[in-house]
Design a protein around this ligand. Structure first.
Ligand SMILES: *[C@@H]1O[C@H](CO)[C@@H](O)[C@H](O)[C@H]1NC(C)=O
Length: 138
């Protein structure tokens, strides 16, 4: 009972603050860093969008950003050239990701044929999940 209550309080707190934890922001930035320049060029994305992605990422529903995410996932080995998500590679690199959340998000994105849109869908779902841990822990 006590545990449930604590959990409920933590959940409410995390819903109220939609900011993603600093550890995750820093980790994701350092993962992207080596490929950022390449993928910004390849996708023609507005570099400002990339800076904002963790805070407003899921609202950046524009083709250039879809393409940027595809480029990044491929570079990181998280998406194969054939468009299959590489679960183990994702979990290894993005160590803040909860397996249930990843599973749920892959499931949501998997039917999308277009690799860029597919990448964006995964990104969107993960960001939503990270902002609201209650959506996948229970
Ligand atoms: C796939 O989606 C991207 C980004 O939304 C778009 O720019 C591209 O034209 C699409 N490709 C195909 C083959 O439909």
């Amino acid at each position: 009972m006590k545990v449930l209550l604590i959990f409920a309080v933590l959940c409410i707190m995390s819903i109220e603050s939609t900011e993603i934890h600093k550890y995750i922001v820093d980790k994701w930035s350092s993962l992207m860093q080596p490929h950022k320049e390449f993928c910004i060029k390849e996708s023609n994305v507005d570099p400002e969008h990339v800076h904002q992605m963790l805070r407003k990422g899921y609202k950046l529903d524009v083709p250039q950003f879809h393409e940027y995410m595809r480029c990044m996932y491929v570079k990181l080995g998280m998406l194969s050239e054939e468009g299959e998500f590489q679960e183990l590679e994702i979990l290894k690199k993005a160590d803040y990701l909860n397996y249930n959340l990843l599973k749920k998000c892959i499931k949501q994105a998997t039917h999308e044929k277009n690799h860029s849109k597919k990448s964006y869908k995964l990104c969107e779902c993960v960001i939503k999940g990270l902002e609201d841990p209650c959506s996948y822990t229970v």
